[in-house]
Design a protein around this ligand. Structure first.
Ligand code: HAS
Length: 568
């Protein structure tokens, strides 16, 4: 099938009778591709600018460099956190999800695509508002914007617009899935689109917390309408959102691992049902666990903290399911390729294919990253690491390696797929080099962060703040290691950017959007897995159980800032 033929979206009937080989060549509709690309491009610009801020920050911390022109440490730390953790991730995820829904459910309707564009522009307005305030040093409140640090109201309004825009765009994606379901009564929906719906549901529910925080508390306070703010309630609302946020980043990486990677390695998906159950478990358990970020805070009693610690251990289960499913996929494929013995299959995986290699390294990083998370969540052990730079090491392994490398690996085929170009052998080589640079950079930087974190080095603190102390001198070698690692990571971002630009000028052609078939040995997926009415009720019940009493307690016992967190 030629590229031009593939570019025509076949009807559902045609698709149903097409052999998989041809179906694989189906191109995301051009108008949908434009929307997906617009989101991806904004994400990449945020990555580049966030990378510059990251490089500056790691140098300032090392004590090797002083920022010029009155630029503040917290200013660039905020810029780095917001651009990387909130802007790069959200835009990339939306670009990928829009393309994924269009690829698996079919072209978006004009309304669905229109929602995508409206959401995109609302997000852009919000992003510009927040970015301008950060650049003017009017919003140096970090990406968690904890009160009593106060930003300009334009910053909070900008963030609120990013969230509202994401709801509008996400709705378009969900509506496409609903349409498919109506058109195919009784059939299981395409796995990737089901996953997108799960991630959007998680996002809609968790962002309600941060939306209330911003609209009800932070904006009126920053405008001077109210004098004081309740610190405990705003932090609790933030973390109601904040931990689910990390799974909002992780789930698109899991989408790639479950649906794309088996195809890339020439294998099949181990089990469709298992993948869906893992995603449903994430929807249920991502939200009622936010208090594990507040284990060291007053205002929430030990029992409720313990309950959320237990629920946190439940949210680890779908990651174990994923690890099991992926190992099985890799081993089965490796053995099909002739790998013998206990580990012979490992050598038979396609190590020269960056579409596999980059996400694979992301998976490997998630083994120590996940262990670190389990340590963080282990109640008393949290006392050792909380507010130390260990936590920064943890999230650079999880979001900045596991998730970022998977996104990079996906970008290498997604961009040519959406622009109607080919991926060349050179792109694979460059991508693999980029992955190695990132890996070494992160081992050095995150490794140093984990180690000095255990010695008690604080996170979010400028070297000059403890520069005179004896400990700071002891830690200097680790700080320099962080600067070296950070520099490698910056080189990695520049190389990634170069590859993206190169991909845009590659020869015209066709690059596959790989979607794996399910193994014929897999069990049939039960229909109840797709019943969001049940999951909605269970989710609401879990949230009410985990949060009702703690929030009532906070409201009763800490009326507007009298909890020991007094504003003055
Ligand atoms: Fe976390 C803090 C607990 C996962 C991100 N986390 C953070 C912060 C961020 C973050 C950004 O309980 C800092 C927030 C801030 O600014 O204050 N985290 C966990 C737990 C998990 C976890 C229990 N975190 C993540 C993920 C993130 C992320 C994912 C981003 C994407 N985290 C915490 C806690 C804190 C915290 C506390 C607060 C600390 C404090 O006091 O401030 C779990 O979800 C982890 C489960 C993961 C696993 C790993 C499974 C492994 C897989 C790979 C298999 C590999 C294969 C490859 C198949 C159990 C799936 C084959 C390999 C071969 C070698 C062949």
């Amino acid at each position: 099938m030629s590229y031009s033929e593939a570019a025509k979206e076949p009807t559902q009937q045609e698709k149903a009778t097409m052999p998989q080989k041809i179906l694989d060549q189906v191109q995301v509709d051009k108008k949908d591709a434009k929307l997906a690309l617009a989101n991806l491009y904004v994400g990449f610009v945020a990555l580049l600018l966030g990378g510059v801020a990251g490089l500056l920050q790691v140098f300032v911390r090392s004590g090797l460099f002083t920022l010029p022109a009155n630029i503040g440490y917290y200013q660039i730390l905020t810029l780095h956190g917001v651009l990387m953790a909130l802007i790069f991730t959200t835009y990339f995820i939306y670009g990928f999800q829009i393309a994924g829904v269009s690829r698996t459910c079919g072209t978006l309707s004009a309304t669905q695509r229109g929602l995508g564009w409206i959401g995109f522009y609302v997000m852009i307005i919000g992003t510009i508002m927040a970015a301008v305030m950060m650049l003017l040093n009017e919003a140096s409140v970090l990406y968690t914007f904890y009160a009593p640090l106060q930003a300009h109201w334009i910053y909070y309004t900008g963030l609120a617009l990013v969230i509202i825009g994401s709801w509008i765009s996400g709705l378009g994606q969900v509506l496409r899935w609903i349409q498919w379901r109506k058109e195919h009564k009784g059939q299981t929906t395409p796995l990737l689109s089901f996953m997108v719906v799960c991630n959007n549901l998680l996002w809609f529910v968790c962002t309600l917390g941060v939306a209330i925080e911003v609209l009800v508390f932070l904006i009126p306070w920053s405008l001077g309408f109210v004098e004081r703010i309740d610190i405990a309630i705003t932090r609790t609302l933030f973390w109601y959102f904040g931990h689910a946020l990390v799974y909002f980043w992780l789930l698109p990486a899991y989408m790639v691992w479950y649906t794309v990677i088996p195809k890339v390695i020439g294998g099949r998906m181990f089990s469709d049902g298992l993948a869906r159950i893992a995603f449903v478990l994430f929807v249920l358990y991502s939200i009622p666990v936010g208090v594990h970020h507040q284990l060291m805070e007053p205002g929430i009693s030990g029992f409720w903290k313990f309950l959320q610690v237990v629920l946190t251990f439940f949210v680890i289960i779908p990651s174990f399911l994923t690890a099991f499913s992926l190992f099985a996929t890799f081993e089965i494929r490796g053995r099909e390729n002739g790998g013998a013995g206990l580990l012979g299959w490992f050598k038979k995986l396609p190590w020269g294919d960056v579409r596999f290699f980059a996400p694979f390294i992301g998976m490997v990083a998630f083994i120590p990253g996940g262990i670190g998370g389990i340590i963080n969540a282990s109640y008393q052990m949290n006392a050792v690491i909380h507010n130390t730079i260990w936590v920064t090491g943890h999230f650079h392994l999880t979001v900045a390696t596991t998730v970022a490398l998977t996104f990079f690996g996906a970008a290498y085929w997604l961009i040519p797929h959406l622009t109607g170009r080919e991926m060349t052998k050179e792109d694979h080589k460059l991508g693999i080099a980029q992955t190695w640079i990132w890996t070494f950079g992160m081992i050095i930087m995150s490794g140093a962060m984990h180690i000095i974190g255990l010695y008690g080095a604080p996170r979010r603190s400028n070297y000059s703040e403890y520069g005179g102390a004896e400990q700071a001198k002891e830690w200097i070698s680790y700080q320099i290691a962080q600067a070296i690692g950070g520099t490698l990571l910056f080189v990695g971002i520049i190389l990634f950017f170069y590859i993206v630009i190169k991909l845009l000028f590659n020869p015209k052609g066709f690059e596959e959007f790989p979607i794996a078939e399910v193994s014929p040995n897999a069990q049939h997926t039960p229909t109840w897995v797709e019943n969001f009415k049940i999951w909605g009720v269970v989710l609401a019940a879990l949230i009410l159980i985990a949060y009702t009493v703690p929030i009532i307690n906070i409201l009763q016992n800490s009326p507007m800032g009298s909890t020991g967190f007094r504003l003055w």
